[in-house]
Design a protein around this ligand. Structure first.
Ligand SMILES: [Zn+2]
Length: 151
C-alpha cells in the first residue's frame, strides 16, 4: 500500500480512498468514536460494533477484530498488574490473601476498562488500512467463503 504525502489524496493501490490517517483513526477508535468522523459512536453496546456510524453512515460492519482485542488487553493488563504485584511484594511482603484481594479484582476491572478502547483502536486500524471489507474492491464475505461475483 502506498500513500501520498498530501492528506487529501490518500491512495490505496493507486486508488483515492479519502483521508484515512492511521494515528487519528486509532485515537478516535480508542475513544469509542467512528474512525471516519470522530463523532458517531463506534459501539452500540459494550463490545458490539455498530453496523454503520450513526452520524456519517460510514460502514463499520466490515471489521474482523476477532480475538485480537483480548490478546492485546491481556498483554496490557498483564504488564500493569504483574509490575504492581512485584513492586508491592518487594516493598511490603503482604500475605497471600491480601495479594488475592487486591490483584484479582484489579485485573478484572482493568480488563473490562481496557478491552473496549483496544477493540475500537483495532477496528479503526482495519478501517484506516482498508483491511477486509473496508477495501472498496473487497468481495463481500459469507462465512469463511467469498461470495460469488454479482451478475
Ligand atoms: Zn462516523
Amino acid at each position: 500500500m502506498q500513500r501520498s504525502v498530501d492528506a487529501s489524496t490518500y491512495r490505496h493501490d493507486g486508488r483515492p480512498t479519502g483521508p484515512r490517517p492511521v494515528f487519528q483513526s486509532m485515537l478516535r477508535g480508542a475513544l469509542l468514536k467512528c474512525p471516519n468522523c470522530g463523532i458517531g459512536a463506534l459501539f452500540h453496546r459494550y463490545l458490539k460494533v455498530s453496523d454503520d456510524c450513526p452520524h456519517c453512515r460510514e460502514a463499520l460492519h466490515h471489521h474482523r477484530a476477532d480475538d485480537a482485542p483480548t490478546y492485546f488487553t491481556i498483554v496490557i493488563v498483564g504488564h500493569v498488574v504483574v509490575s504492581l504485584v512485584l513492586a508491592v511484594e518487594m516493598a511490603y511482603r503482604p500475605p497471600l490473601w491480601l495479594h488475592a484481594a487486591l490483584w484479582l479484582p484489579l485485573t478484572v476491572i482493568l480488563a473490562i476498562v481496557v478491552l473496549a478502547p483496544v477493540k475500537g483502536s483495532l477496528v479503526a486500524l482495519q478501517w484506516a488500512l482498508l483491511m477486509h471489507g473496508f477495501d472498496p474492491d473487497a468481495k463481500e464475505e459469507i462465512g469463511d467463503r467469498l461470495a460469488p461475483p454479482a451478475a
